[in-house]
Design a protein around this ligand. Structure first.
Ligand SMILES: *[C@@H]1O[C@H](CO)[C@@H](O)[C@H](O)[C@H]1NC(C)=O
Ligand SMILES: *[C@@H]1O[C@H](CO)[C@@H](O)[C@H](O)[C@H]1NC(C)=O
Ligand SMILES: *[C@@H]1O[C@H](CO)[C@@H](O)[C@H](O)[C@H]1NC(C)=O
Length: 534
C-alpha cells in the first residue's frame, strides 16, 4: 500500500496509524544495516502549544541529537553558536534562575540533560569528538564543551570568533555529523530550550556518507580557521557589491584579484572577473536515492537531486553554492500559480550587525518576482518575540506592498500575492528568571524561550532547510549551512508542518499586529499594545 503525506483529510486517522507503524518498524531498521540514505524531518515544538496539530512521521530534535551521539562509534563533529544543554536554576546569572524542579520538568529541561548524557557517553566510548562553537552566551559560554573535553584527549573543543574574520561574524550553523555518515542540519542550538521551548526545524540524514563528507569538508574549513592567526589573513575591502567597507578573509573574491592572498582552504571556484561571488549556473547536486520513511516509506528508490549550500561565500569550495543562491532558487523553483512557504525568525532587507548598514533586497526581490511573473502565492511566517527587531514591521510591510504594486495597473497581468504572519508563542512576553534581586518575578518561562526559530523554504517541488535568518549578515558574515532536496515526500511533509503552524491560532497576519498596514508603513511602530489587542 502506498501512503502519501498528501492523503490527509478524510483518511487522516488511517494515515496516522500507518505512519506510526512504519515509523517504529523503519526506525529499528534504518540505522545500522541500510546502505541507503534516509531522510527524516525533525522538529522542536514549545510545550503548552495545545492548539498546534502534530504532523505524524516527524522526529523530535531531542531524540535525534541523542541518537546521533548514541550511534557514533568513531567520530562526532558538532558546530553550534553556544551551549547550554543543562538547565541552571541555581545560577543567579542564568535565565533559568529560580524555577522549581517541577517547573523545569514541565518545561522539558530533562531532554537537554539526556542529550548531554549521550554526548558524555560517546566521549567515554572514546569517540573522536570535535566541538566548534562561538564564544557562547553569558553566563554559560563554553563550559559544557570544556567539561566534555576535560581529561579526555579524544574530545577537542574549539572557540572560533568569526568576527575576527568577517566584521561581526559568528558561528551560526547547527550541524552534527556522526561517523561521517549520519547528519543533522537545521535551526536547533545545543541548548535545552531548543529542544522543548522554541520552534525548530531540521533534517536528519541517516547513512549518507556522500553528503556527510561535504559537510565535514565545510567543518574542516572552520576548524582550519580556528588554528590560523586571523590578522595575517584578513583585509579591509571596499565592497563594490554592497557599498560598504568591511573586513573579509584575504582570499575573498570581494577583493581585487591583485591583492588577494592564496587561500589556506581547499580550492575555490574560478571566477576571475567578478567582484563578489556569482550565482553558479550549475551548482553541485547530489544524485542519490533517498528514502523518507517518516513520510512516504515506499517512495524514493529513484535518485533525486539534493544539495548543500554554505555561508559565508569565502568558505565555499568546489562547485557548492552560496546559501543566498539556494534560498533564491528555492523561491524561484515554484511552478506557475504555485505556493512558496517560508519560515524565518527575522526578515529584514538589510544588515543588522555591521558598522555600516547594507541594503539587501535579494530575497524580497525573488518573492516579488514570483508573485508577478509566476502568479505565485508566497506565505511567510516570521517570529514575534521578546527581542524582535524594531524595524521588522516596516520591512514586512514593504514586502506586502508588492500586493499593491501587483494590481497597480490594469495592464498588469499579476495575480500572485504575498501573505505574512507573525508567529506568537504564548508566554513570549513572560520570559526571564523566576527570581531577580531576591524577589519573585512575574515570569512564567525561562529567558530566551517561547519563540519561533525555524528557517526553511518550500516550493511545490523543492525543500530548503537551514540556519540562516533572512538578513544580510547571515549570508555574508555568519557561518550557516543548509540542505535542500527535490523530493515530493519531504516537500509535502514540510508543507504540512508549515500549514499546521500557519493555520494555528499562534500565527497572526502582520496587518492585524501592525497598526496601519501596508499603506501606512512609514513611521508605524509595533507596540506591545497592538499585540495586547489580539
Ligand atoms: C541510532 O539511531 C536510530 C535512528 O536512526 C535510533 O533508533 C537508535 O535508538 C539510535 N541508537 C542509539 C544507541 O542511540
Ligand atoms: C577546552 O576544554 C579545556 C578542558 O576542560 C579547557 O581548559 C579549555 O578552556 C576549553 N577551551 C575552550 C576554547 O573552551
Ligand atoms: C502577554 O501577551 C498576551 C497577549 O498575547 C497578553 O494577554 C498578556 O497580558 C501579556 N502579558 C504581559 C505580562 O505583558
Amino acid at each position: 500500500m502506498k501512503v502519501s503525506c498528501i492523503e490527509t483529510g478524510r483518511n487522516f486517522i488511517l494515515v496516522v496509524l500507518v505512519f506510526d507503524i512504519f515509523s517504529s518498524l523503519s526506525l529499528a531498521a534504518v540505522s545500522q544495516s541500510s546502505p541507503q540514505c534516509t531522510a527524516w524531518l525533525v522538529q522542536s515544538i514549545p510545550t503548552d502549544l495545545l492548539h498546534l496539530p502534530r504532523v505524524s512521521g516527524v522526529l523530535s530534535t531531542a531524540d535525534v541529537f541523542r541518537w546521533l551521539a548514541g550511534n557514533s562509534s568513531q567520530t562526532l563533529d558538532i558546530t553550534t553558536q553556544y551551549w547550554q544543554l543543562r538547565a541552571q536554576p541555581e545560577n543567579p546569572l542564568s535565565g533559568d534562575y529560580g524555577y522549581s524542579k517541577d517547573d523545569l520538568q514541565n518545561f522539558g529541561a530533562h531532554e537537554g540533560y539526556g542529550v548531554y548524557k549521550a554526548l558524555e557517553n560517546a566521549a567515554d566510548r572514546n569517540v573522536n569528538i570535535r566541538l566548534l562553537s562561538h564564544s557562547g552566551r553569558n553566563p554559560y559560554y563554553t563550559s559544557e564543551p570544556a567539561e566534555l573535553a576535560s581529561g579526555r584527549p579524544n574530545v577537542k573543543n574549539v572557540t572560533l570568533l568569526l568576527s575576527e574574520w568577517w566584521e561581526k561574524g559568528l558561528i551560526h550553523s547547527k550541524i552534527w555529523v556522526s561517523d561521517n555518515r549520519d547528519v543533522y542540519i537545521g535551526s536547533a542550538n545545543m541548548e535545552w530550550r531548543s529542544l522543548t521551548q522554541v520552534n525548530e526545524l531540521g533534517i536528519y540524514l541517516v547513512g549518507c556518507p556522500i553528503i556527510a563528507k561535504q559537510v565535514v569538508s565545510y567543518f574542516d574549513n572552520l576548524w582550519t580557521l580556528a588554528s590560523l592567526n586571523s590578522p595575517d589573513y584578513t583585509k579591509i575591502v571596499s565592497d563594490q557589491k554592497w557599498q560598504i567597507e568591511r573586513k573579509v578573509p584575504c582570499w575573498s573574491r570581494f577583493l581585487d584579484s591583485q591583492v588577494r592572498c592564496r587561500s589556506p582552504l581547499p580550492p575555490f571556484i574560478e571566477t576571475p572577473h567578478v567582484a563578489g561571488y556569482p550565482v553558479l549556473s550549475d551548482p553541485n547536486m547530489f544524485k542519490l536515492p533517498i528514502q523518507t520513511p517518516g513520510c512516504n516509506y515506499l517512495s524514493a528508490f529513484e535518485p533525486q537531486s539534493s544539495y548543500l549550500s554554505f555561508a559565508p561565500p569565502e568558505l565555499l569550495f568546489g562547485s557548492y553554492q552560496a546559501d543566498e543562491q539556494a534560498w533564491v532558487e528555492t523561491i524561484k523553483s515554484v511552478g506557475k500559480g504555485g505556493t512558496v512557504r517560508i519560515s524565518t525568525m527575522d526578515w529584514l532587507d538589510q544588515s543588522q550587525y555591521t558598522k555600516q548598514t547594507v541594503y539587501w533586497s535579494t530575497l524580497s526581490s525573488a518573492v516579488s518576482e514570483v508573485v508577478f511573473g509566476k502568479h505565485a502565492t508566497v506565505k511567510i511566517l516570521v517570529a514575534y518575540w521578546a527581542h524582535l527587531f524594531n524595524n521588522a514591521d516596516q520591512y514586512l510591510n514593504s514586502l506586502l506592498y508588492s500586493n499593491v504594486l501587483c494590481s497597480s495597473s490594469k495592464h498588469n497581468k499579476c495575480t500572485g500575492k504575498v501573505e505574512i504572519k507573525y508567529y506568537i508563542v504564548p508566554g513570549f512576553n513572560m520570559t526571564g528568571p523566576a527570581i531577580k534581586d531576591g524577589e519573585k518575578t512575574e515570569n512564567r518561562y525561562p529567558a530566551h524561550s517561547r519563540f519561533y526559530h525555524a528557517k526553511y523554504a518550500v516550493s511545490d517541488v523543492r525543500a530548503h532547510i537551514g540556519s540562516s535568518n533572512i538578513i544580510w549578515d547571515h549570508f555574508y558574515s555568519t557561518a550557516d549551512v543548509s540542505f535542500g532536496i527535490y523530493d515530493p515526500a519531504i516537500v509535502s511533509q514540510l508543507e504540512e508542518i508549515f500549514d499546521a503552524d500557519w493555520n494555528s491560532p499562534y500565527a497572526v497576519p502582520v496587518e492585524e499586529v501592525v497598526e496601519g498596514g501596508p499603506l501606512h508603513c512609514v513611521g508605524s511602530s509595533m507596540s506591545m499594545n497592538s499585540v495586547l489587542k489580539l
